[in-house]
Write a protein that binds this ligand. Structure first.
Ligand code: NAP
Length: 465
């Protein structure tokens, strides 16, 4: 296959990746988006294999083994993973992207002829720069992602671990890395290449360890962005257009996603990177227990109130995902609609543990898209609603975000559930949300707490109907 044809096919796969990202931006088109992504990736792999075939039978076997083992493991893991474990899965996969960048750069360094990056016994300076930078970003992404995975998966405390003098140590390490990179480009020393890797591995760990569990999804998205830039850097070394396009798409979309998350949580990106928010309760689960009295109701009470309502707004949160209550919830909404009740769903941009978490679960339960509304589109409707049905959500409804300047969620936009005539709150106990702050709405006169697992409570309400 000529270089022109393979370049053209790489561009086609790049266009398919862009169409995939576009498709993934809405639940109605997300399956199609996934399909575009798969076709694009398939095309890129075939183009690479045909355009630059592996040298010999042994190399073919290695490539096919890699495809089979990697693809097979990916398919099995993706099938088995639960929706709530998705953030840590993404973190684990990013660590592999980082590691791949390190291996590819090492491969290029040790077999420069194969990549055409050496002339008269000297590497191209530009290639040395790309390899050094790519390997540094790749190694930082690797250890950073492994620690993010461990924190999100509960294998390591989600609590921010404040190492003494960490900013100074990180700054010194970063400065040392720049120096090593400059020396590597100047001397072409393989030992310096490995030193860059070691320093970057340490730096990746040190950057992520102090960051609390609550900020981890932002960090995962940021690492996603890093891994993209690492891949793009290596793409230049290999002269592989597909890698440059894909890496840049991943790099920029990860950066945009980090920005959107920070914006939705009213957190500055810098303060996330400097660490120290939430986390503790994330690891501790239900959080602290409140002793003030609350009004408690039963499934029968909830069924009665909702049957007699005209408008019900459902506010799902992380607890709905944990309980997998979305199917029962849709059944409940269907029953209410049969009774002539107007039912809508209000989605907060950071409800759950990743952007779009609630949309995906509601789509899985076949909730009609036209009943699902974003925060800005529905917030004004709470005063006209008879019932705000809050199911496993907490922080995203907490008015402290508007009133308490000292609160870690101050400034985050929230769903104004307390403005509905009645607020029904389903949760297991009086535990706080992910940010670890108390929610005054529990104690309001118009609030009724329905204690229990979200799915069980909704099933009881269904029976009571
Ligand atoms: P939340 O504030 O974490 O609250 C979830 C509530 O669900 C908890 O208070 C818990 O109370 C309850 N719960 C847990 N398991 C349950 C079960 N099986 N049945 C019933 N209730 C259950 O959740 P949220 O309101 O969705 O807010 C999301 C939080 O995550 C925000 O602080 C946001 O900033 C953060 N975050 C989100 C993203 C994102 O992209 N979505 C990214 C980073 C951070 P009990 O323990 O009393 O049951």
């Amino acid at each position: 296959m000529s270089e022109n044809v393979s370049s053209l096919l790489y561009i086609v796969s790049g266009v398919l990746f862009i169409m995939a990202l576009r498709g993934l931006s809405h639940p109605t088109t997300s399956r199609q988006g996934n399909l575009y992504g798969m076709v694009g990736m398939g095309l890129a792999i075939v183009t690479t294999l045909v355009g630059h075939p592996p040298a010999g039978f042994g190399a073919w076997i290695l490539v096919l083994l890699g495809l089979g083992i990697g693809g097979g493991a990916g398919a099995v893991i993706a099938k088995r993973v639960s929706m709530t474990a998705m953030p840590q899965l993404v973190a684990a996969f990013h660590s592999l992207v980082g590691l791949a960048a390190v291996f590819v750069a090492a491969g290029a360094l040790y077999a420069p002829q194969a990549f055409g990056i050496i002339e008269n016994g000297h590497y191209h300076k530009q290639s040395l720069f790309e390899m050094g930078l790519g390997v540094a970003i790749g190694a930082i992404t690797f250890t950073g992602s492994v620690i993010a995975f461990a924190k999100l998966d509960g294998r390591m405390s989600g609590k921010p671990i404040m190492l003494p003098q960490r900013h100074l140590i990180n700054a010194l390490l970063a400065a040392g890395l720049v120096l090593l990179l400059a020396l590597f480009i100047g001397t072409e020393s393989k030992a310096l290449f490995w030193l860059i890797i070691i320093a970057s591995l340490v730096l990746g760990g040190l950057i992520i360890i102090p960051i609390g569990g609550a900020d981890m999804p932002v960090v995962v998205s940021m690492l996603n962005s890093y891994s993209g830039w690492a891949a793009a850097g290596i793409g230049f070394t290999l002269g592989n257009l597909a890698l440059i396009i894909t890496g840049s798409l991943v790099g920029s979309s990860g950066a945009i996603l980090s920005y959107i998350m920070c914006h939705a949580m009213n957190r500055s990106f810098i303060s996330v990177i400097l660490g120290g928010f939430g986390g503790d309760t994330a690891a501790a689960g239900p959080g602290q227990v409140e002793t003030r009295p609350v009004k408690q109701g039963s499934a029968d009470d909830a069924a009665y109130i909702m049957k007699n309502a005209e408008r019900v707004i459902i506010v799902p949160g992380y607890g709905m995902a944990v309980a997998q209550a979305q199917h029962s919830l849709r059944e409940m909404a269907d029953m209410l609609k049969k009774e002539g009740v107007d039912v809508k769903y209000a989605i907060h941009p950071v409800a759950g543990r990743m952007p779009g978490h609630m949309n995906v679960l509601l789509a899985e339960a076949n909730v009609p898209y036209d009943e699902v509304f974003e925060l800005e589109d529905i917030n004004g409707e709470f005063p006209q609603a008879d019932v705000a049905f809050v199911i496993g959500a907490n922080d995203v409804t907490n008015p402290a975000a508007k009133t308490d300047k000292a609160s870690p969620i101050y400034g985050m936009p929230i769903l104004d559930v307390e403005r509905a005539k009645t607020v029904l709150f389903i949760k297991r106990g009086m535990g706080s949300g992910y940010a670890g702050v108390e929610n005054e709405v529990f104690f309001r006169d118009n609030t009724m707490m329905l204690f229990g697992d979200a799915k069980k409570v909704v099933d009881q309400i269904l029976k009571a109907f």
